[in-house]
Design a protein around this ligand. Sequence first.
Ligand SMILES: C[S@@+](CC[C@H](N)C(=O)[O-])C[C@H]1O[C@@H](n2cnc3c(N)ncnc32)[C@H](O)[C@@H]1O
Length: 345
Amino acid sequence: MQLVGAQQASDPMLSVRPFSPLSVVRSDSVRLHCIGCKSDLTTLPYHSLGQEHKPVECTHCLAKLTQHQGIWLALLECRQRYFARFMHDYELVREAEGRGSSDPEFYLSLPFQDRTGHNSWQWSIRSRTFRYFATRILSALEGRVSRPLTVLDLGAGNGWLSYRLAQLGHHPIAVDLQTSSFDGLGAAIHYQHSLPKLFPRFQAELDRLPFANGQFDCAIFNASFHYSENYDRTLAETIRCLRPGGTIVIADSPSYSREEVGLQMVEERRKGFQKSYGFASDSLHSREYLTRDRLLYLETRHNLEWVTYKPSYGIRWACRPTLAWARRRREPSQFRIYTAQVKTV
Ligand SMILES: C[S@@+](CC[C@H](N)C(=O)[O-])C[C@H]1O[C@@H](n2cnc3c(N)ncnc32)[C@H](O)[C@@H]1O
């Protein structure tokens, strides 16, 4: 595990290892894979995937991949049932938190401004992470190829990150369980008039992605990796879809120095939900946080080498650990950005 500190971070190339032949790969088509039988389905031009499209049938198991309002539905029926309670609870909580807006400008301003003012603090974290990612990490990836990068935005929510990547000329694909037009993939419709073509959106789960092996340059989990119920499985599925040399990015997931502190946070969070909403919001067995030990385990298990970046979130954020210590409170979460490249064989 390498740490890129504040001084080093000014040179993004310090964190990047010598590299594989990404530049010979095409980025204008996407190979789909059947989530039922896992055989290759078809290859479609990237830009046609974001548009209304007729269903695609698997020639092996005859399962059909269909769309609803432009969103590809790639979640198995049994898994829809599995996630139903989570999706219901999640939507309730997000609505109560004042997420989403009927104003299209709200979505177009993300992550830099929260025009509702309901979650400004969180969007200010997102915007700092995004700026750091774009200038220090993405720019290094861009330097290696002379074509758009193909990027999986995993747990994309309303798709703001895919929107920003598409604006930069890249080829993102937004993946999420939620299709709501307020806070899920449906909300991404607001970006369509600000882009030459809307990026593709897939309702799918992190652990069963509808994409064929070895084709994407980058997979980003922005504030979503800690929703995984099994980091090992989620990472294995991501690595399957990345090409050799492709990059995994985990951002805005809480990390703690020790397991006990993470467990304490989860307990406090559940009590808070129970008090505010009458349910603990724990229908998924999400892993909820990262620790150094958890990352080291994944590093060994998947033959990765994490590079840890420390974006600055301002002086108040930086003082949180000291204040918590002085007040004898639990250690606060840290947000780091972790990246790793899939090793070339
Ligand atoms: C906190 S939101 C982050 C959204 C967005 N990436 C952002 O930065 O604002 C986490 C997202 O992960 C999605 N999610 C959680 N578990 C998932 C799973 N197993 N498969 C796909 N998406 C999942 C949720 O539906 C939610 O939209």
